[in-house]
Design a protein around this ligand. Structure first.
Ligand SMILES: C[S@@+](CC[C@H](N)C(=O)[O-])C[C@H]1O[C@@H](n2cnc3c(N)ncnc32)[C@H](O)[C@@H]1O
Ligand code: SF4
Length: 364
């Protein structure tokens, strides 16, 4: 998305104006859809699989609803969909929604624990030209990964899945990009150098470190661990797709203290307005729509797509209210914990309004 905002002059101009004109029409460019809460793993830091057990009848989105949302958003400018869960490979309609999204020419990415991804899935995903598959690998040590994922055999399963996708190019000449997510907790933070080596040894060059979202202080790394990581992470710039936490290079201690409190974006949003509520929409497995995945913790829900149309959801007064709040310079506390849209927001912040004069065919 950051590249689109950098390269599309009219969009970049609009994005830059949103602080002053929050009502300026702006397309939803990306969406993240949680297809299901169901999952066969039991990760220590994840509460989603518990939601499926609490209310099995409401644990997933109807396939037809997902397809119609994608069709409507596409007509309004959507370019990318990210499917997640729960575990998408337990969702019965997954093939159907992937094929539909690809028939709309959308970029399709998804995140998986990888355990159910076999050769047949790999063939299908390559045939559909899925863009990026993000596998979750939490540690370079099999026993630690399995302990964090709550199920023995999770390590073996995820590498079987990664290998199945990596084997595809030899057969069909095309294959999705493989990326890896690692949730950083107090348990695995000291093993990340070995993790970087492991990924490189498997030819994986896209790695995202996700600071754990947890109210439990004991799960979150200590300030000392964050300081060490911030220093070490510079060695991995070839594979890290974004830094694990944000901070001023000369203020490592302050950033580490912020990170220990869960404030992973440091002071970034003290100066920059987040544009996600304009260019993104997050939909959970119950149909609730929010500005973003993190935002669901504190921002009001726009509405529910099981009950209201997409048009009504996007025009909802709550969506307008959230955007006016941000445009007025107020920041939701949860925004300081979020690294999801730093690249996009940075891209727009770097474009000065002088550079962004509207093009001849462009906007007022
Ligand atoms: C909720 S999972 C769903 C996709 C899939 N089941 C998986 O594990 O990859 C999406 C991503 O969130 C990460 N995750 C889960 N719980 C988290 C937490 N408490 N804080 C930060 N990331 C978390 C997972 O490791 C995964 O990379
Ligand atoms: S595999 Fe994914 S959805 Fe399942 S419990 Fe772990 S993080 Fe949650």
């Amino acid at each position: 998305m950051a590249d689109i905002l950098r390269q599309d002059r009219d969009l970049a101009w609009r994005a830059e104006r949103l602080r002053h004109q929050p009502e300026l029409p702006f397309p939803v460019l990306s969406t993240k859809i949680k297809l299901t809460w169901r999952c066969q793993l039991r990760c220590r830091v994840c509460r989603l699989w518990r939601l499926a057990q609490l209310d099995p009848a409401r644990a997933g989105l109807p396939v037809d609803l997902v397809k119609s949302i994608l069709t409507e958003l596409r007509a309004q400018g959507l370019v990318k969909v990210h499917f997640s869960g729960g575990e998408v490979l337990t969702y019965t309609g997954f093939k159907d929604v992937v094929s539909h999204a690809r028939s709309l020419d959308l970029q399709v990415n998804f995140t998986t624990n990888g355990v159910l991804l076999d050769k047949a899935w790999a063939r299908f995903l390559a045939k559909e030209r899925v863009h990026t598959i993000t596998f979750s690998v939490d540690a370079p040590i099999p026993e630690l990964h399995d302990a964090m994922r709550g199920v023995k055999g999770a390590w073996k399963g995820v590498w079987k899945g990664i290998t199945a996708v990596q084997d595809q190019p030899k057969k069909s000449g095309r294959s999705p990009v493989i990326a890896v997510n690692t949730v950083i907790t107090r348990d695995n933070i000291d093993h990340l150098a070995d993790m970087a080596d492991l990924l490189l040894s498997h030819g994986i060059t896209q790695w995202r470190l996700l600071p754990v979202a947890s109210p439990d202080k004991k799960v979150r790394p200590t300030p000392e661990q964050w300081s060490t990581l911030a220093a070490r992470a510079t060695d991995w710039h070839d594979i890290l797709t974004r830094p694990p936490i944000l901070g001023h290079p000369e203020q490592t201690e302050k950033s580490a203290r912020y990170a220990q409190k869960g404030r992973y974006a440091g002071a970034f949003y003290d100066h920059v307005m987040c544009l996600a509520p304009w260019f993104h929409v997050f939909i959970d497995a119950n149909g609730a729509a929010y500005p973003c995945c993190m935002g669901k913790a504190q921002m009001p829900v726009y509405g529910n797509l099981m009950e209201a149309s997409l048009g009504d959801i996007l025009a909802s007064p709550r969506r307008q209210e959230i955007r006016y709040t941000l445009a007025a310079g107020q920041v939701f506390p949860v925004c300081h914990n979020c690294m999801d849209f730093v690249d996009e927001n940075q891209a727009v912040a770097e474009l000065s309004s002088a550079e962004l004069a509207p093009s001849e065919t462009g906007q007022p």
